[in-house]
Design a protein. Structure first.
Length: 390
């Protein structure tokens, strides 16, 4: 396992982590005037986020940043803003505003589950349980998976995507809170189906996997956001790293440790010299392609989570790797001047069009909301013994 570039790299220090969290928290407080009644768009434009209503799949990350900043510095302005946004998420799920998809975990875990864990906010608890109900409504018994998006009856939409592994902690939380095992049982089945199909023989991952609607049997893998069907979309591989760590956290199935090591070592082995991936792992040094700094932070969070459950030698390896990755992100990709951006991390890629896929082209070489959130989460994990939202 490994990457020869790792050997010579320095780990981020605790003081550097603290300084990065201080700037990030100040930046978030600076943004509250514009982003309390509204939310940050999924990606910046020329370095600056525009305000949007509570729609789409990414608004929970901004609220999650506010909670992380509140945990770090305790500023009551952050508490007030985050609780205000809980009300928006409650209204959104009650009125079913743009919730007909699988991203309930991305929306409600860093916003409402976090609020309930940190403050005991009962409106947040109710909203998150309603979101879990919404999520299990997308479960397909034939195939045993949660369908990502689209009509539940349409053959062309009968698929899962690797991202959904991060939506499942909402279900485990809901089972614990309600005492009803139905949420956990569906999460267990989805994880098993996903991890049985999205990982290729070379340990890279499919972004999306289709099933036969009549039989539920596996059909084929494909990409929507990677460079091509057979390549490894960097963020998808990172979701696989963190998602598998969380899968082990909740199921304790030992085979998930092996899967984690496979997908993580593939990711590490395909990093360029500065340890921050290009948007697709097919690209390496010298390729004129944009990076995806968000994938680096997501992967670091997954490594730090799984290290909790490993023997010391392996745990140390993944913790040190995460620290080296975050050193590079902090030194070379983070925003350190509010005049150039109202985000936290530059050089992320949301969706890049390629000759082999039909994705839109937006959020390329910009900040994006999940990149900012997972950057803060990784730093928080390095700063203290963090009680995770997921």
């Amino acid at each position: 396992m490994g990457n020869e570039c790792l050997v010579e790299k320095e780990c981020i220090t605790r003081e550097e982590v603290k300084e990065a969290l201080e700037f990030a928290s100040e930046q978030i407080i600076r943004n509250l005037g514009e982003f309390t009644d509204q939310f940050q768009n999924a990606f910046s434009e020329n370095g600056f986020y525009k305000p949007i209503d509570n729609v789409g799949w990414t608004t929970g990350f901004w609220t999650g940043e506010i909670w992380l900043a509140y945990e770090f510095c305790g500023d009551k302005r952050l508490l007030k803003a985050a609780n205000s946004q809980v009300g928006s998420f409650y209204n959104r799920i009650v009125n079913k505003v743009d919730v007909d998809h699988h991203d309930m975990g991305f929306l409600y875990t860093p916003s409402c589950v976090a609020a309930y864990k940190l403050t005991g906010n009962l409106e947040a608890r109710e909203a998150a349980i309603l979101a879990a109900d919404q999520l299990i409504g997308r479960y397909q018994p034939k195939g045993k998976f949660i369908q990502a998006w689209g009509s539940m009856e349409d053959v062309k939409d009968y698929r899962l995507i690797i991202d959904c592994l991060l939506n499942l902690p909402l279900l485990y939380w809901a089972s614990k809170e309600t005492g009803n095992d139905k949420y956990q049982e569906i999460a267990d089945k989805h994880i098993h189906t996903a991890l049985s199909n999205v990982i290729r023989e070379d340990d890279s991952t499919w972004h999306t996997f289709f099933f036969n609607k009549e039989t539920g049997m596996p059909n084929h893998g494909a990409t929507c956001q990677g460079y091509r069907d057979g390549s490894a979309w960097a963020r998808g591989q990172a979701w696989g790293i963190y998602g598998t760590a969380l899968a082990y956290r909740y199921t304790k199935r030992k085979e998930y440790i092996d899967i984690f090591k496979r997908v993580t070592n593939y990711f590490i082995g395909h990093l360029p010299e500065d340890l921050v991936p290009y948007w697709d792992l097919e690209f390496l040094r010298g390729d004129a392609e944009p990076r995806d700094s968000s994938s680096a932070s997501i992967a670091a969070c997954g490594m730090l989570e799984m290290a909790k459950y490993m023997e010391k030698e392996e745990a140390d390896y993944y913790k040190q790797t995460a620290k080296k990755i975050m050193k590079s992100v902090t030194d070379h990709y983070s925003v350190n001047d509010y005049k150039i951006s109202n985000g936290l991390v530059l050089h992320s890629t949301y969706s890049k069009h390629s000759p082999y896929n039909t994705c839109g082209h937006y959020g390329v070489d910009e900040c994006n909301s999940w990149g900012d959130y997972f950057y803060m989460e990784a730093l928080t994990r390095l700063y203290k013994d963090w009680n995770l939202y997921w």
